[in-house]
Design a protein around this ligand. Structure first.
Ligand code: SF4
Ligand code: SF4
Length: 246
């Protein structure tokens, strides 16, 4: 039997925020930057906001330079993903010696690794947040001897705002799945794209007073405030049965 050297394994144990993992990642590990090749990085609206702001690019410029836009096969929602470099499949933000050029604003998938987050119900029927450890043969961070609680790892990796916005986007996706059998019109897709990913265009449209679901004065909100309001409006007001049943 052929067993590939490159193998992903999830530890069977479910971890809570209070559980401890033994892991560290730093410039001294032998595998430094090995995980920045050949990865499918789908960017959430907040991932994109942070990257664009760090690189001082508009959404259009970002997609043209680094990404691709498509309609998600499962969600049927607009998706933006990061393209790897065609010659060696490295991430376009990888610098050989220094590592990640956008480290302070790297996407949530890069921050959370080697954990995978998911939700389940406890015996009382309450929603609980759980984690599993991902083990891949190339990642030697598991041999570092630093213990750290899951909740402290999330703070260390700057994940809390990402979780907030990604959970909101997850609610949009769930809402969309309720009506998955009905295709979205081009107008609705454009609207969702602008509200989730293109805050510059959204702000300009709000200023003219010619944009549904948000108020003209929302143009003056901070990026984070505007994105939060916009994602909630997609979830509660755009993705309604009435709108989708065109
Ligand atoms: S964004 Fe940074 S951390 Fe993430 S894959 Fe690219 S170089 Fe690596
Ligand atoms: S492979 Fe693991 S330890 Fe190595 S740089 Fe990536 S996350 Fe860090």
């Amino acid at each position: 039997m052929y067993i590939p050297l490159y193998n992903i394994v999830f530890d069977p144990k479910d971890l809570t925020l209070e559980d401890e993992i033994v892991f560290d990642c730093h410039k001294g590990v032998v595998c430094f930057t090995r995980c920045c090749y050949d990865v499918k990085l789908v960017l959430s609206p907040y991932d994109l906001l942070r990257l664009k702001r760090a690189l001082q690019l508009t959404t259009e410029e970002f997609v043209e330079k680094y990404g691709e836009f498509f309609i998600g096969e499962v969600t049927q929602l607009p998706v933006i993903a990061l393209n790897m470099n065609p010659y060696d499949y490295s991430c376009p933000f990888l610098q050989e010696k220094e590592g990640c050029k956008v480290y302070e604003d790297r996407p949530s998938a890069c921050r959370i690794y080697p954990l995978a987050r998911y939700f389940a119900e406890n015996e009382k029927g309450e929603k609980i947040e759980l984690y599993k450890i991902i083990r891949e043969t190339h990642c030697k961070g598991h041999y570092e001897t630093r213990p750290i609680k899951v909740k402290d790892y999330l703070v260390e990796q700057g994940l809390l705002p990402y979780h907030h916005f990604n959970d909101l986007w997850g609610e949009v996706v769930l809402k969309r799945q309720k009506f998955a059998h009905i295709p979205l019109t081009g107008d609705l897709l454009d609207l969702i794209y602008t509200m989730a990913y293109d805050l510059e265009t959204l702000r300009d449209s709000l200023k003219t007073g010619d944009f549904p679901y948000l108020r003209q004065e929302d143009a003056d909100l901070s990026d984070e405030e505007l994105l939060e309001k916009s994602l909630m409006a997609i979830r509660d007001e755009v993705l309604t049965e009435e709108n989708i049943n065109w």
